[in-house]
Ligand binder design. Structure first.
Ligand code: 2M8
Length: 427
């Protein structure tokens, strides 16, 4: 066993808080939605039961109307802001955040089923309706009347928190005048030059304030909240996740959800045209209220292949963008285009390379016949982890690790994909 395999296992075990994992100690002391799904992929390479436990505990945060929130607050930890007292949200049992996150869960479940046996099948069947309800929520409560695809009401809902993709949407409103003074904790844990600005935090809190004022009526937050941007990341991830739920349903011969899933998939395939920015020759984020496109190639733009979307020209345009960026930087796929004025190689989602994004991008590339580029992504990730360790993300120019260390999704992605020895879940 590669020594790094053992280190990755140790990290996942150390970040275990009794059936669920935290992304990293101190900086992120709760259970996060898509982090947990990726952590399960890692656990599945050495402890299947623990992998399912992670997902089962994530489902405990589900709201009555189907949303699975972005954070589950099982404790109130002084290390993190904004915590449960700011969100004032949750279900009858658990305090949670009031927004969601990229819906990768169904795709992870399908991988576990297809690489597993009878018991994986049973545990997946027990989760299926919950995940379907979550997708229903996305298609109903996050589908604005004004556009054909789902949209995000908060940058945090996309998981790509301070990507330049949200600058336009954030420029549409000022921070609320009634925000109380706040004390960020993230900048006490890590170098502030790697994190969002205070002004952005005030805007993030302004959206939370609106959610509270709407008593977390999600449809209302979508239609009337301060921020509404269609994100290629969430759109493509949901489309793939719908395809994965459909594959599970068909495999089990359970007809119930087939028509509904098929109609979502068809609508999302057609709706993808809304996100095609011909000027960039790429799928880009789009502000729903103004109709304006974001003008850069992000790592979410590259996910069209993961969703199996785009005609030959659109796929070639996407890959050409990636090849162009490959010549500008030392590691693929940075979260933002290095040729763009807003690129910052070490600031969070404005430049660094993210392991879980690269895993999905490479999967799409591989499936759509771009094996060489997929290999480049895997080898870059292997090199970054070997040289710098299991960081939350990496500076694509220097290869240095950024923000949180001993990070769950980096350990998981190593075990499930980036390690050259990985075979278990790579299919
Ligand atoms: C980051 O987001 C949280 C808010 O959700 C934060 O900065 O406090 C993002 O990178 C997000 O994608 C991730 O799920 C979370 C935990 O790793 O951290």
């Amino acid at each position: 066993m590669d020594n790094l395999d053992q280190r990755a296992i140790d990290i996942l075990e150390r970040n275990d808080r009794g059936g669920y994992s935290v992304p990293t100690a101190h900086l992120y002391p709760y259970q996060w939605n898509w982090d947990s799904a990726f952590a399960a992929l890692g656990f599945a390479t050495f402890d299947r039961d623990r992998a399912w436990r992670e997902l089962e505990l994530l489902i405990e945060g589900q709201w009555d109307k189907g949303m699975i929130p972005h954070i589950l607050f099982r404790t109130d930890d002084p290390d993190y802001f904004p915590g449960p007292s700011v969100w004032q949200a949750g279900n009858a049992k658990i305090a949670t955040g009031g927004i969601s996150q990229p819906p990768v869960l169904a795709s992870v479940i399908r991988l576990l089923v297809e690489s597993g046996g009878q018991s994986d099948d049973e545990r997946a069947r027990a989760l299926f309706d919950h995940v379907l309800d979550w997708h229903r929520w996305y298609h109903r409560d996050r589908k604005p009347d004004a556009c054909p695809v789902i949209a995000a009401v908060h940058p945090w809902e996309t998981g790509r928190d301070n990507s330049p993709d949200w600058d336009l949407g954030l420029s549409q409103f000022e921070p609320s005048k009634s925000l109380p003074d706040f004390d960020r904790k993230d900048t006490a844990h890590v170098d502030p030059s790697m994190r969002p600005s205070d002004y952005q935090y005030a805007q993030y809190l302004t959206i939370i304030e609106a959610g509270r004022a709407f008593d977390w009526d999600q449809k209302r937050l979508t239609e009337e909240g301060p921020f509404l941007v269609a994100d290629p990341g969430n759109h493509f991830i949901l489309l793939r996740a719908d395809r994965d739920l459909l594959a599970l349903a068909l495999g089990w011969g359970t007809e119930g959800a087939v028509a509904e899933l098929t109609s979502w998939i068809e609508a999302a395939e057609l709706g993808s045209a809304y996100l095609w920015n011909d000027k960039q020759c790429a799928y880009c984020a789009r502000d729903v209220r103004t109709g304006k496109f974001s003008n850069g190639f992000s790592n979410a733009s590259a996910l069209c292949l993961y969703a199996g979307v785009g005609d030959a020209r659109q796929r070639a345009g996407t890959v050409d963008n990636m090849m162009r960026i490959q010549r500008l930087t030392n590691a693929l796929q940075p979260s933002w285009d290095p040729a763009h004025a807003q690129f910052e190689p070490q600031r969070y989602w404005r430049g660094p390379v993210w392991p879980q994004m690269n895993y999905m991008i490479a999967k799409g590339l591989e499936e759509q016949g771009f094996a060489q580029l997929a290999l480049r992504l895997r080898e870059d990730m292997e090199r970054l982890i070997r040289t710098s360790g299991f960081w939350e993300c990496f500076n694509p120019e220097t290869g240095e690790g950024c923000i949180g260390s001993d990070f769950s999704w980096t350990a998981a992605i190593w075990l499930a994909w980036a390690s050259p020895d990985t075979t278990a879940l790579a299919a």
